[in-house]
Write a protein that binds this ligand. Structure first.
Ligand code: LIP
Length: 274
């Protein structure tokens, strides 16, 4: 089985590097932008082209493996079905709003699950040239340097990461503002980098102590979750229970002591499921 995972990992790295070249080339060019679920939920021709390119590359080598891709699901409106089969879960550009506005925090995110558990996570931020990688039980790395999440245990000494997200339903927006207010009251501050995958890598790299978001999808977080966990961080549902991969929300913190202090200060949103 290890040899099989190694072969999948080698292809995953090659796919990520090639996707990164496409994203980096398109980053500086004019983009054609369309919207999906809301006026703030964006997609470009590059998201679609990268997804098709990596889909074809993976299927050429592994025709029987399952594939879950953000844009394929957006186009067909299908529900996600996560099975025990080896499954490649792709977000061609995580941080599309950043990509459209030429903010450098854009990433290609690729996770592979076997038996519904992530075994490989790759987040490549091609403009900043940061390649984050993790394999189950083997640690997390950024450009081959080992990552270790921070050791902060007190909420009042922590830096949080949160996002506004793309939902514009007034009740959702209000609850998110309430949560930012609560984080400002209880912590050193908050940051919002605009990409779920990169936010998780920031916690893994010790550039922030926790991250919470409601409204994300499995393709946004599956790779970053493994990278954060392999760097020693903890991940759970924002209410404190076990993370559900299809429930569209997550909480990640650098230590087990810190993570339990966060659910009580938040207003919890139910964003449906993938
Ligand atoms: C984005 C997420 C981000 C969230 C955005 C959006 P996309 O993913 O990574 O955390 O706040 O609303 O969902 O759409 O750029 O792949």
């Amino acid at each position: 089985p290890d040899k099989e995972v190694q072969a999948i990992y080698d292809l995953a790295l090659e796919v990520a590097r090639k996707a990164g070249v496409l994203i980096r080339e398109a980053f500086v060019k004019e983009k054609s932008v369309e919207t999906k679920d809301s006026e703030a939920d964006l997609v470009t021709e590059t998201d679609q082209a990268v997804e098709k390119f990596v889909h074809d590359m993976i299927k050429a080598k592994y025709p029987d493996h399952k594939f879950i891709g953000e844009e394929t699901f957006a186009e067909t409106g299908q529900k996600c079905e996560l099975t025990d089969e080896p499954t490649w879960i792709i977000d061609p550009i995580d941080g599309t709003t950043n990509f459209v506005h030429r903010v450098q925090e854009v990433s290609f995110s690729l996770g592979v699950t076997i038996n519904k558990k992530p075994v490989i996570g790759i987040v490549y931020a091609p403009v900043k040239e940061e390649m984050f990688t993790a394999r189950l039980g083997q640690g997390a790395f950024c450009n081959d340097q080992r990552l270790k999440a921070n050791s902060i245990t007190e909420l009042k000494k922590s830096l949080g990461i949160v996002e506004g997200g793309s939902a514009r339903d007034p009740a959702v927006v209000q609850d998110k503002i309430t949560n930012i207010h609560s984080i400002l009251k209880n912590c050193h501050g908050f940051r919002a980098y605009g990409s779920c995958a990169i936010n998780l890598c920031h916690v893994a790299a010790g550039r922030g102590d926790f991250y919470v978001e409601y409204g994300v999808h499995i393709w946004d977080f599956i790779a970053g979750v493994l990278i954060a966990q392999e760097a020693g961080a903890s991940v759970c549902d924002p209410e404190g229970g076990e993370l559900s991969l299809l429930r569209r929300r997550l909480l990640c913190a650098c230590t087990p002591e810190l993570i339990v202090q966060i659910p009580p200060i938040l207003t919890h949103l139910d964003m449906g499921s993938d």
